[in-house]
Design a protein around this ligand. Structure first.
Ligand code: PGA
Length: 240
């Protein structure tokens, strides 16, 4: 695992943008696994900026998002479909047919999503945030790692963390559809960004804790190409 600490959150996220830029420059038809949440926004801003400057083209890039809430209208600005439109898809030259988000609500649709990823040749670079509870995508702490894309019941701590985007915690959807741990681990390279002091325990446990489904991100210790980018606060327990 490669671990880099930056002075501030924006720098850590922009470094993730630089890795995505390098990936697309090296392989124009890269398959990207994309993440939502507050963390990746500066990475998307950098990518949009490079696209506007004419030094980055998404013409042949294919994308697969990690997750989406269940039971939310995709026109709702809080859906991950809307998030991606706002921060990336509407601002670069990605082809509509190359954009994918999980939107299935049945096991068959989840399997179809994994099949689409497989048929695209697998994910070259998977961008990840991390939950305060160590979740990646919406793979919440549990008794086992779930391999493929699946429907998830959100942990109370995730509902609390995401309530900041909604008018009240009651409005946060209770379920989501998420790529599984196997889908994430199959990516050729993983870039995880963690910022803020509330992520410090998750970062420490990811790197130094036992590999356990109680801390889903801990499985990344076994990934052959995993780059972790943090600010000083998220690395707080690493530097102690
Ligand atoms: P955040 O979410 O970037 O909004 O903190 C990350 C996550 O829950 O995976």
């Amino acid at each position: 695992m490669e671990f880099h600490v930056y002075d501030n959150a924006r720098a850590a996220c922009e470094a993730a943008g630089a890795l995505i830029m390098a990936q697309i420059t090296r392989k124009g038809d890269s398959v990207l696994g994309l993440a939502t949440g507050s963390t990746p926004i500066p990475a998307y801003e950098k990518l949009v900026g490079w696209h506007k400057e004419g030094i980055l083209s998404f013409e042949h890039v294919r994308t697969f998002n990690l997750d989406e809430y269940v039971g939310i209208d995709y026109a709702n600005p809080l859906s991950y479909h809307a998030f991606m439109e706002e921060h990336l898809f509407s601002k670069v030259n990605l082809k509509r047919k190359n954009i994918h988000l999980p939107d299935g609500h049945s096991a068959t649709e989840c399997q179809a999503y994994d099949r689409m990823i497989y048929e695209a040749g697998g994910i070259d670079l998977q961008l990840l945030g991390i939950g305060r509870n160590g979740h990646i995508g919406f793979n919440e702490p549990g008794k086992e790692f779930v391999y493929g894309t699946h429907i998830v019941t959100l942990a109370e701590s995730t509902i609390e963390a995401n309530a900041r985007f909604f008018k009240s915690p009651d409005e946060v959807p209770r379920q989501a559809v998420s790529m599984g741990i196997g889908t994430i681990m199959s990516a050729r390279c993983v870039v995880l960004v963690a910022t803020g002091k509330e992520k410090a325990d998750a970062v420490y446990n990811m790197i130094h804790g036992p590999i356990t489904p109680e801390v889903p991100c801990s499985i990344l210790q076994l990934h052959p190409c995993c780059v972790v980018l943090t600010d000083r606060e998220a690395a707080g327990r690493m530097e102690a």
